[in-house]
Design a protein around this ligand. Structure first.
Ligand code: NAD
Length: 387
């Protein structure tokens, strides 16, 4: 069978001042194995069509509903292979469910939805349709984060006793939402962002580190959420203690008021036999600590012999040449692409187990339990879903 480029659709991400559509487009095009086929890139139909033309999409649509219907009506081999959703959180579930219903795979931004109920409905639709589904926890696309997952699973650090995961930022230390920042204004609006601002936006990435790297799940949480900046409806500081499913301690800390923190996220997985630490500021390395031994540092590079076969296809460069944020995002696109090609019987590397629909729902359950706990001054609350 002749292999063709992936035909990729996109919802959201148009217009000069939108943020994350552009990194996705670069990520989709990075490996020359995919093209920008169909776009419904803005909420206003005329602006959506203009944006698709400006950004060289083959086909523009005025609304995501038209995109899904229009693509589903095209013959197989001519319609999009998957849909990338990069709208504000309240506009994820609609296009995701429609695409799944039409048998089209989805790469959806995080957090999956604005409520757990909505996430559960989407989960049911995706399960029924059995389409590939990836949630864009970008940091899980870094090869050293993937390696950490592999090493923990291989038992390198023994039994996990504690996981610390963090994500501080400082860009919302002032009321940017009152100064015309589009990104700040929907992220601080409960109707568009969901019940947690900081938790949903970046605490979600930190919690996913616990799930992805340590393969553990929060069963109970005690949370403290605060709107530090006066006049803000949602939390801009988010701290959670969690009891994990093996009895280990989980600590998730995220903040949008940490001036100077940039995107300094990371994790420490602490086991009976050692600790693994990764920091976004040093994304190409993974540190391994053992009592009374010098620290060992794994570094990214396709030519390092210790990179396992499950991760090697995700590296593009030999040691010392940085592969950063765009490559990590492109790796999530690789996962959905390789899943689709594999299902068709085409030759493709085995995809890594990046976050999918179940992880998306579990993060929403963690957020919902955290909000309930914070409202009760940190009372312990059970997490209602954990796949
Ligand atoms: N994975 C990551 O690392 C990461 C980083 C940044 C943002 N995000 C996520 O990406 C999403 C978008 O965030 P952003 O910062 O790019 O927001 P943004 O406000 O910059 O862009 C949103 C885009 O969606 C469009 N849009 C809004 N409603 C729409 C609709 N109904 N139909 C079609 N288009 C519509 C807007 O016109 C705009 O182009 C959010 O869910 C956010 O959490 C993820």
């Amino acid at each position: 069978m002749k292999r063709c480029k992936m035909r990729v659709g996109m919802v959201g991400g148009g217009g000069g001042n939108s943020f994350f559509g552009a990194p996705h487009r670069r990520a989709i095009l990075m490996d020359n194995s995919a093209e920008l086929t169909a776009g419904a890139l803005r909420s206003d139909p005329a602006a959506a069509l203009a944006s698709a033309e400006e950004l060289f999409f083959e086909r523009g649509y005025g609304h995501w509903g038209d995109l899904v219907a229009g693509e589903a009506a095209r013959p197989e081999g001519d319609r999009i292979d998957y849909l990338t959703i990069v709208t504000p959180n309240d506009a994820h579930a609609g296009p995701a469910e429609a695409a799944a219903g039409a048998g089209i795979g989805v790469l959806c931004e995080k957090p999956l939805t604005t409520t757990l109920d909505e996430a559960r409905r989407l989960h049911a639709a995706v399960q029924a349709a059995d389409v590939p589904f990836v949630v864009a926890h970008t940091y899980t696309g870094y090869p050293m984060v993937m390696l950490a997952r592999q090493l923990v699973r291989d038992g390198l650090i023994g039994e996990v006793r504690k996981v610390e995961a963090w994500y501080p930022q400082g860009w919302l230390a002032t009321r940017r939402e009152a100064e015309g920042s589009k990104q700040a204004s929907w992220r601080t609006d409960p109707a568009q962002a969901g019940a947690s601002g900081c938790g949903g936006d970046i605490g979600s990435h930190a919690y996913e580190f616990i799930r992805f790297v340590a393969s553990l799940r929060a069963v109970r949480v005690s949370a403290r959420m605060k709107s530090v900046v006066p006049g803000r409806a949602l939390d801009d500081d988010f701290g959670v203690f969690a009891e994990l499913d093996n009895g280990a301690i989980g600590v998730v800390s995220a903040s949008q008021i940490t001036i100077g923190a940039e995107n300094d996220n990371g994790f420490r997985v602490i086991g009976t036999a050692g600790t693994l630490r990764w920091r976004h500021t040093h994304f190409a390395q993974l540190e391994h600590y053992v009592v009374d031994r010098p620290v060992a540092i794994y570094r990214a590079g396709v030519d390092y012999g210790y990179i396992p076969g499950s991760i090697r296809p995700y590296l593009r460069m030999p040691q010392g040449h940085p592969e950063g944020f765009h490559e990590a995002l492109a790796n999530l696109h690789r996962t959905i692409e390789w899943t689709i090609r594999g299902r068709r019987g085409e030759e493709a590397p085995k995809p890594f187990d990046h976050p999918g629909i179940v992880d998306g729902v579990a993060v929403m359950a963690f957020l919902e339990a955290s909000v309930a706990s914070a409202r009760e001054a940190g009372a312990w609350v059970d997490v209602p879903f954990n796949g």
